[in-house]
Design a binder for this molecule. Structure first.
Ligand SMILES: *[C@@H]1O[C@H](CO)[C@@H](O)[C@H](O)[C@H]1NC(C)=O
Ligand SMILES: *[C@@H]1O[C@H](CO)[C@@H](O)[C@H](O)[C@H]1NC(C)=O
Ligand SMILES: *[C@@H]1O[C@H](CO)[C@@H](O)[C@H](O)[C@H]1NC(C)=O
Ligand SMILES: *[C@@H]1O[C@H](CO)[C@@H](O)[C@H](O)[C@H]1NC(C)=O
Ligand SMILES: *[C@@H]1O[C@H](CO)[C@@H](O)[C@H](O)[C@H]1NC(C)=O
Ligand SMILES: *[C@@H]1O[C@H](CO)[C@@H](O)[C@H](O)[C@H]1NC(C)=O
Ligand SMILES: *[C@@H]1O[C@H](CO)[C@@H](O)[C@H](O)[C@H]1NC(C)=O
Ligand SMILES: *[C@@H]1O[C@H](CO)[C@@H](O)[C@H](O)[C@H]1NC(C)=O
Length: 360
């Protein structure tokens, strides 16, 4: 939750299995192609080209004034309403540059399309200490169904002294939890970095080919990668990490800092790391109590923390926590957490998208 940053070659968020889905990069023209002007593209053909079944309104943002807008917020504010009768998706192409903005998008079917990771950067510096509660610290809050962001970086540069700061808060509706909050989500090739609970929330999300880069937090604090928030035993949310890597962020000195895979934000916290690379920074115990100094027997029974076929010096499970809720699973169990099985990806993801539906 602290000083998070998220680089998004591709992030897809959907609220449900809906017909109208974000398209893949392969079908979209590059930034340089279209003139920097507002385009209203109606008709089935252009919609189909965007992988949508309804018109796409596309606008551009450029810091140098060559686009339709100079700020992303202005472009968002100008979005035409999308109603059941008159529906449209809204694509904002954001040129290279650092945009110091705090965004809150609630509209359905919004796509933020940058010029490249590290080139188009949306940045905020709000932490919860100075700026109220944690949710409002988010640089980008995305709660509209069908939100998608790609080829850009979203960051929150509030330091550890900001206490809790969010880069992206994404959800399909307005409940009060955070980050990977609600609905079905797929993160591909994303770089996520932070210190404490930096992937958290109560979504059903798969992270594939993602790089989790751990940083040094406040003095004396330990790092925790996930704080998944499944609350009730009957819920089906959880985080699945497949073909990801966990490493220290380059030039980050993690000597003497313990790093854990997760802790139970809620009693039924549900997380699997599979077919991923776990570097030596991962603590041999792997997982940790919500409050490290207190052993809560009940919670260690109700969580589901799993590992399957990981590699790397941190992947040795022989000294992991001895919890009823922890297990090293077999391939048939791991299969349940793949894109196809866990988030039903083959039903809603664009065909051209490069992801692995099953196990590697
Ligand atoms: C203005 O910014 C856009 C987007 O970053 C870029 O493509 C374009 O070349 C720039 N134009 C000038 C004149 O600098
Ligand atoms: C975002 O906007 C919605 C609707 O205006 C509002 O209810 C919500 O509180 C806002 N969230 C943040 C984090 O500003
Ligand atoms: C920082 O956040 C934690 C919750 O993670 C809270 O317990 C703590 O009191 C906060 N620290 C300050 C200085 O507000
Ligand atoms: C928000 O999410 C909750 C829990 O998933 C669901 O029960 C509720 O219907 C959703 N509300 C809206 C407006 O989508
Ligand atoms: C890394 O941190 C440790 C513990 O704080 C310290 O002893 C060590 O000198 C640091 N190493 C470097 C290269 O800064
Ligand atoms: C991801 O999968 C590819 C292809 O099987 C493999 O080469 C690569 O090492 C994997 N990465 C990790 C982090 O496991
Ligand atoms: C979670 O577990 C704790 C510890 O056993 C218990 O006190 C609490 O009531 C549980 N919460 C829920 C929502 O089940
Ligand atoms: C685990 O991965 C190795 C390669 O790293 C592979 O040879 C082995 O078959 C995998 N085990 C299972 C159960 O899939």
């Amino acid at each position: 939750m602290k000083n998070t940053s998220l680089q998004l070659p591709l992030l897809l968020v959907v609220a449900a299995l809906v017909c109208c889905l974000p398209t893949s990069g392969a079908e979209l023209p590059g930034w340089a192609k279209p003139r920097l002007q507002r385009l209203l593209r109606g008709g089935a053909r252009s919609a189909a080209a965007h992988g949508r079944r309804f018109p796409v309104v596309e606008v551009t943002v450029a810091k140098n004034g060559s686009g339709d807008y100079r700020t992303i917020a202005a472009a968002l504010a100008a979005a035409p309403k999308s109603t059941k009768k008159v529906r449209s998706s809204y694509t904002i192409r954001i040129g290279e540059g650092t945009y110091i903005e705090q965004l809150n998008t609630t509209r359905r079917d919004v796509t933020l399309f940058g010029d490249g990771v590290g080139k188009t950067v949306i940045t905020g510096n709000r932490g919860s200490l100075k700026h109220g509660d944690m949710p409002s610290s988010a640089t980008v809050t995305a709660s509209g169904r069908g939100f998608m962001a790609r080829d850009l970086t979203i960051q929150n540069t509030a330091g550890p002294e900001g206490n809790q700061s969010l880069a992206l808060r994404s959800s399909s509706n307005h409940t009060d939890t955070l980050y990977a909050e609600n609905g079905l989500q797929l993160y591909l090739d994303s770089v996520i970095s932070g210190t404490v609970d930096f992937v958290f929330g109560n979504a059903k999300a798969v992270f594939q080919r993602c790089h989790l880069l751990v940083r040094r937090g406040r003095e004396g604090a330990h790092n925790i990668i996930t704080a998944q928030g499944r609350d009730k035993p009957g819920d089906d949310t959880g985080f699945s990490f497949q073909n990801c890597s966990i490493m220290a962020k380059p030039n980050e000195n993690l000597t003497g800092v313990e790093t854990f895979l997760g802790r139970p934000w809620k009693n039924h916290s549900h997380v699997i790391f599979m077919q991923s690379f776990l570097d030596g920074i991962v603590h041999p115990k792997g997982w940790v109590e919500w409050d490290k100094s207190k052993h809560v027997l009940e919670t260690t029974k109700t969580v589901s923390y799993m590992e399957f076929n990981n590699t790397g010096p941190g992947s040795d499970t022989s000294r992991r926590v001895n919890w009823e809720g922890f297990s090293v699973v077999d391939a048939s169990k791991a299969e349940e957490y793949t894109v196809d099985r866990f988030i039903h990806g083959t039903q809603w993801l664009p065909n051209a998208l490069n992801y692995k539906p099953g196990l590697y």
